[in-house]
Design a protein around this ligand. Structure first.
Ligand code: NI
Length: 164
C-alpha cells in the first residue's frame, strides 16, 4: 500500500471527466487500498480517484465515527434524489482549509459496484448523502467551490496559489 499525492485546487486536472471502470481487477483493488490509506491518513471522509489523478469512476468513503466502515463505490449512478434540499458546510482534501455551504439533496439512492465487483444499491441520507454527491461531482470534474459565487471562488483560488 502507498500514500498517493492529492491534487490541489486549482489544478486543471481536477476538471477531468472520469471514464467508467472496465473491470474490478487487481489493479483496481490495489488502487482502492491506496485510496483508503490516503483518505484515512489525510483525515478525510471521502476521496475520488480524480483527486489522485486517476480518471476512472471510483470513490472511497468512510463517514463513521470510528473510521472503520470503508465504503467503495465503482461506476456509481444516482437513481433517485429527494426533492428536499439542504445547505451544509463542505470541505475537500483538494481545497485544504476551506469550508463553505453547498446545497444538496438530503437523501439519494445510488447504484454502484462494491470493492469486489458486486452490484449494490445504497440508500443514503445526511452526511453520507452529502459525501456521495460531493465525491461523484469530482468524477465529473467538478470541485465544490464551483457552487460558490465567482468572488468567493477567486478568493479561494488566490489563497490556494499563494500556499503552493
Ligand atoms: Ni472533495
Amino acid at each position: 500500500m502507498a500514500l498517493l499525492p492529492i491534487l490541489c485546487y486549482p489544478d486543471p486536472k481536477l476538471h477531468t471527466v472520469a471514464r467508467p471502470v472496465q473491470s474490478v481487477d487487481g489493479r483496481i483493488q490495489a488502487l482502492i487500498a491506496d485510496m483508503l490509506e490516503t483518505m484515512y491518513d489525510a483525515n478525510g471522509i471521502g476521496l475520488a480517484a480524480t483527486q489522485v489523478n486517476v480518471h476512472e469512476r471510483l470513490i472511497v468513503i468512510d463517514v463513521s465515527e470510528q473510521r472503520n466502515e470503508p465504503m467503495v463505490l465503482i461506476n456509481p449512478e444516482i437513481t433517485w434524489v429527494s426533492p428536499e434540499k439542504q445547505v451544509n458546510d463542505e470541505g475537500c482534501l483538494s481545497v485544504p482549509g476551506i469550508y463553505d455551504g453547498v446545497e444538496r439533496a438530503t437523501a439519494i439512492k445510488v447504484s454502484a459496484l462494491d470493492g469486489s465487483g458486486q452490484s449494490r444499491t445504497i440508500e443514503a441520507e445526511g452526511l453520507l448523502a452529502v459525501c456521495i454527491q460531493h465525491e461523484m461531482d469530482h468524477l465529473m470534474g467538478k470541485v465544490f467551490v464551483e457552487y460558490l459565487s465567482p468572488l468567493k471562488r477567486n478568493r479561494i483560488k488566490t489563497k490556494m496559489l499563494k500556499k503552493r
